[in-house]
Write a protein that binds this ligand. Sequence first.
Ligand code: NAD
Length: 522
Amino acid sequence: MESASATQSAPPATGNGASADGGAFEVHRPADGSLIRQIPIDPPERVAEVVARVRENQKEWQAIGFPGRRRWLERFRDWMIDNEPRLADVMQEETGKVRAEAEAEAPLISSAINYYSQHGEELLADETPTPNILPLRVKRLRILYRPYPVVGVITPWNFPLLLALDDAIPALFAGCAVVIKPSEFTPLSTMEAVRGWKEEVGGPGVLEVVNGLGETGGVLVDEVDFVQFTGSDRTGKVVMKRAADTLTPVSLELGGKDPLIVLRSSDLERAVNATAVGGLLNSGQACTSIERVYVEEPIYDEFVARLTDEVRGLRQGFDGRSYSAEIGAMATPAQVEIVSSHVEDAREKGARVLTGGKRKEGSGDWYEPTVIADADHSMKVMTDETFGPVIPVMKVRDADEAVRLANDTRYGLSASVFAGTSDEAEAVARRIEAGAVNVNDVLTNFFALGLPMGGWKDSGIGFRHGSYGIKKYVRPESIVVPRVKQGKRDPLWFPYTSTRRKMVNRVNRLINARGLRNRLGI
Ligand code: NAD
């Protein structure tokens, strides 16, 4: 089987992160490279067995209706709130995140439960469209939304708990069972949450985890009825090809290269502070990280100087529960290599590295927060997903050039535009080719759960959140029911006779033609 990340047959990786010996893989602490534990790889038969089990349990889950499911999911929310510190401990250990960021994931999941608890029933309610033509007035038309029985959720390592449950929650509300295949680098927080659902909440057997590398993800794709994938665009394409074999629908949340535009009228201080957090949150390992910045010429030098000062002042380290750092570790050693190669490529092509630009001394997966000035589109750091704590800045003549460069990418996840007024920025935002644009802000669209979140172009297919985030897990079933007593034979049925056809043709003309002359055929 083709696999875009490591496969079970690949040689063990070195350093921190997952390494496989065929029957198990190791999970390491990115902060210092030490081993946390080994996790057995679920063989294909077990993946099939787990899917078959939840498929059976899904029938009852669907049958208890939305109110019944809401009761269980609200209990899960309460458990999540009570266990936030412990979940953050587990996640911090497996990702190397700083405390403030590790603590952010569980509350966002509770928020998603509350959103769908409030809106889900209405979003999934039956619909009764008005018949579009007069003869259909004798029928009652109804659309039911029926769940895909089993959804497979395949997740990356950057927000391990959030990206697993943010997509699993609406699927569960919709009446689906869910099997999650977490990243082999960070499976522990997801395993802990699912253990909580099963053992402490006592939730029905419709939420499970299977573990392994890419191959396990591939087997899951073969077994389920809908695939919700979050990860790189490279793996996303492999998943979509594999799903084509069974005509299984997919929703793909993929990579990005999000631009941020700063126009000369901007509040410079806000733009600088937003760029720093937008580019460096989670050590730059967010799909919606600010990965390239375009600044209008008259303010370029000042912007770069202030941004460099801001980034130099950030603290980097593993802070346990102390909130004493803004920048954590990188989650995998391979990611440090990618970041390093992008920075070196920019340096060789003439960009100025103003702060950072190297690995941090010591063990573990660390790269210093970095600002690069005078970047351009000949450099990988402006065209490929860097996914690390690096902010490259490029000078532009005006808004038109900024928009042209912002759109000069195969990605289209999200973007930010800064200007003196919201109207000026919004006018530019409307020209950006991306799934979301934040005006005088960064990252915020993700938290607005009423908005669809997803990518254009190579950043994905399908959306999470809002109505899109739950409706994708259901299939419309159209039901047509008579409202009046029916005859033995309808006019369009056999036999075709000249009298009946003439009558039908006349009625068709009356229905479809517009204007009295056309309707009467004169
Ligand atoms: P990845 O594509 O390497 O892996 C993602 C998941 O896919 C892992 O669980 C992995 O085991 C699994 N996988 C690998 N090969 C597979 C195969 N052949 N079949 C099925 N599953 C397979 O991604 P990653 O390195 O873990 O995550 C980083 C990427 O995720 C970045 O590109 C980032 O932008 C993207 N991402 C996107 C979003 C979004 O919402 N758009 C959010 C977070 C991360």
